[in-house]
Design a protein around this ligand. Structure first.
Ligand code: ACO
Length: 328
């Protein structure tokens, strides 16, 4: 049994190919101006044709393991948060386990869309504190470009590919770790963001493909309102649980879906924008991967110091939502 967890390694991987708004302007009826003002996105990364989510996951994981000075064999659990698994089964976590050579690890996927990393962090915290696992590799990896309808301007401008990973270990110092967390779901709003085809409800047929049911569908407007509401409520929940004030937070890392959602949430929570980490302009919405990618960048940019209070906050398909307050 341990008191808490610590993050001992962080890594991320972004595919090299950049797709700018100007590129998209040439293929769908949109404009750089519309995308920038409505979403804050300038460009996003796109995985190669031969790259699946596990390939991105492995690259991010290798960096996190290196930072943690751990060998893959020392990991005893791999969790992969993704809504773009390589295939239905085996799980992407099993594929990653094999590619890394992490032969002593159990492996499990988490499907909680953009909240997947937060869900994974809370699950890891419980399992580590119960003493079940000691070294957990939590990865979030997405290749949303593979489930995007590139003719649908209302979704294709928003999404991008990428992966982020952390290595988690027990901590008994009493100084660091997860101070408070909350998770939730609104299953009745699942129809606002979903992928209807290919599962047991609509098994793949020529008709499902003709109807484009294998692509992500989204009702952006309704989602926007619920996104702000759930981000604010989740943040307020953990702030209250940890008995801190919004002004105590050193860095707010929200899910990177839309700059307007981030601005509205930060304002309502009471966190000034100079304490909010933003990279949605460069990567768009990478679903579960967005928070660990941002965490890795913030660390590399020196924006996180020992002892800092970090708020992670996400919402996504499901709908799901969750927040974690971390003492670094
Ligand atoms: N280019 C130009 N015009 C567009 C585009 C585009 N790419 N997309 C939509 N429009 C048009 C619409 O057709 C509409 O035109 P109309 O008024 O003639 O009907 C107009 O722009 C306004 O559309 P809205 O949907 O009302 O625009 P809104 O300001 O709501 O912005 C957006 C849309 C960006 C999708 C916003 O609603 C949003 O960000 N929602 C949340 C999305 C989100 O966070 N999704 C991810 C969840 S996370 C996950 O799990 C993957």
């Amino acid at each position: 049994m341990s008191k808490n967890i610590k993050i001992v390694g962080v890594g991320s991987y972004l595919p090299e190919k950049i797709l700018t708004n100007l590129d998209l302007q040439k293929t769908v009826d949109t404009s750089d101006e519309w995308i920038r003002t409505r979403t804050g996105i300038r460009e996003r990364r796109i995985a190669r044709e031969d790259q699946a989510s596990s390939d991105l996951a492995v690259e991010a994981a290798k960096i996190a393991l290196q930072k943690a000075s751990l060998k893959p064999e020392e990991i005893d659990l791999i969790l992969v948060a993704t809504i773009t698994p390589d295939m239905f089964f085996p799980s992407t976590a099993c594929i990653v386990q094999d590619k890394l050579g992490a032969k002593n690890a159990a492996a499990l996927d988490i499907s909680a869309a953009c909240s997947g990393f937060i869900y994974g962090l809370v699950v890891s915290h419980s399992l580590i504190c119960q003493g079940q696992y000691k070294k957990v590799l939590l990865i979030a990896a997405e290749t949303l470009s593979k489930i995007t309808d590139w003719e649908d301007r209302s979704t294709c401008v928003l999404l991008g590919d990428g992966a982020g990973a952390v290595v988690l270990a027990p901590s008994d110092s009493g100084k660091e770790g997860l101070l408070a967390s909350t998770l939730g779901a609104i299953g009745s709003a699942g129809n606002l963001l979903y992928l209807p085809g290919g599962g047991s409800r609509n098994p793949t047929t020529h008709q499902t493909v003709d109807k484009k049911l294998h692509y992500l569908k989204m009702q952006g407007n309704d989602l926007f309102k619920l996104a702000v509401k759930s981000l604010v409520e989740a943040a307020e929940n953990v702030i209250q649980k940890a008995k801190i004030k919004p002004q105590d937070i050193d860095l707010f890392i929200p899910h990177q879906a839309n700059i307007r959602i981030i601005n509205a949430s930060a304002k309502r929570i009471g966190i000034p924008m100079d304490r909010v980490y933003i990279n949605v302009d460069r990567y768009g919405n990478t679903s579960a991967a967005s928070i660990p990618i941002a965490l890795d960048e913030a660390l590399r940019e020196g924006k996180i110091k020992k002892g800092d209070l970090i708020l992670l906050d996400a919402f996504g398909g499901g709908l799901t939502w969750g927040a974690c307050l971390l003492r670094w």
